[in-house]
Design a binder for this molecule. Structure first.
Ligand code: TPP
Ligand code: MG
Length: 332
């Protein structure tokens, strides 16, 4: 898969674009890394209303899968979903604003870090209940087919989620009804503080697809081009009416589970090994191999970092919600 090969099909995020598709992917991944690093700092400064679950190290999964989508496709994700929502095209200032509880945040400041939703870009919700969004995604995909549209729905979730009942119910029904879903399991080796091997009797989670008669594909989740290629196949299958795919993307969260978790439960040397395979470094190395100038990459890093800081400053300057707004958007 070359960077150029994916360009024509890529869905626009509506954000400023560098002049090559490879650099555009890098810009999206750098934006997510920059936002997450800032949110980590904001948490320690007491600026976050509620908690945080960050995705540094997993950026290539979100950016790669979303790059295989087109306008009208939909996505759901978890509390670790800042990256997925940004990859769909949500604006960084509205993400920061939501996390700080500001009125101009993505959900008017009422959802916070774990519930980033931006229907305008197809981000139909981040969910704090493990597994809750898998059946919802089957519903989104069913609606698309029922209405005669060709939109597909992507669902991001973790390795731990594959032990939840809703995972099995969703895969079963999605396959039976051939709904256009792409189930993306981000296997980051841990569910909260438990290593996968302590909770799950198999190594390859993609094997679970066999029970539901759908393809189960394992991909290097730190290689954005591999992710795009795998996601494109799953999307093509879904759009053609052939049903869902389970993708297991092998990746690693470089930070703790949530808040200020120091992740002391990780064996010595594990983080360092994965840092060697940091998805951003891998992409930069590939771009340089393909002839992109190192200075251009350094410049892009600076530009994206400045955009992230500007977005944060804007969001900080926004007002708090009006007291009256607490009764808006509530059912009872
Ligand atoms: C139904 C349910 N059970 C337990 C929890 C508590 N919990 C929050 S995150 C999490 C771990 C999920 O791990 P995984 O699916 O691997 O996702 P990751 O956090 O690694 O992205 C658990 C058990 C929850 N939110 N919902
Ligand atoms: Mg996990």
């Amino acid at each position: 898969m070359t960077a150029d090969g994916t360009a024509a099909k890529r869905r626009s995020t509506g954000k400023a674009k560098p002049d090559s598709p490879g650099l555009e992917l890098l810009a999206r991944m750098l934006e997510i890394r920059g936002v997450e690093d800032e949110v980590q700092r904001m948490f320690t400064q007491g600026l976050v209303r509620g908690t945080t679950h960050l995705c540094q190290g997993q950026e290539a999964v979100a950016v790669g899968v979303c790059a295989a989508l087109k306008e009208g496709d939909t996505m759901t994700c978890t509390y670790r979903g800042h990256g997925a929502v940004l990859a769909m095209g949500a604006q960084a200032d509205a993400v920061f604003g939501e996390i700080m509880g500001k009125a101009k945040g993505l959900c008017g400041g009422k959802g916070g870090s774990m519930h980033l939703t931006d229907v305008a870009v197809g981000a139909y919700g981040a969910f704090a209940i493990v597994g809750a969004h898998l059946p919802i995604t089957v519903g989104l995909a069913f609606a698309s087919r029922y209405l005669g549209e060709d939109a597909v729905s992507v669902c991001f979730f973790g390795d731990g989620t594959t032990n939840i009942g809703a995972f099995h119910e969703a895969l079963n029904l999605a396959s039976l009804w051939k709904t256009p879903v792409i189930f993306v399991c981000e296997n980051n080796l841990y569910g909260e503080y438990s290593p996968l091997r302590a909770t799950t009797p198999i190594d390859r989670l993609a094997d679970r697809a066999a029970s539901y008669a759908m393809p189960g594909v394992v991909v290097d989740g730190n290689d954005v081009f591999a992710v795009i290629a795998t996601a494109e196949q799953a999307v093509a299958r879904a759009r053609a009416g052939d049903g869902p795919t389970l993708i297991e993307a092998l990746t690693y969260r470089q930070v703790g589970h949530s808040r200020s978790d120091p992740a002391k439960y990780r064996p010595a040397g594990e983080l360092e090994e994965w840092l060697e395979r940091d998805p951003i470094l891998l992409l930069e190395r590939k771009l340089i191999e393909d002839g992109v100038d190192e200075n251009q990459i350094a410049e892009l890093r600076g530009t994206v970092q400045q955009q992230v800081i500007d977005a944060l400053e804007r969001a900080k300057s926004w007002p708090e919600p009006e007291l009256e707004s607490r009764f808006e958007h509530v059912f009872a």
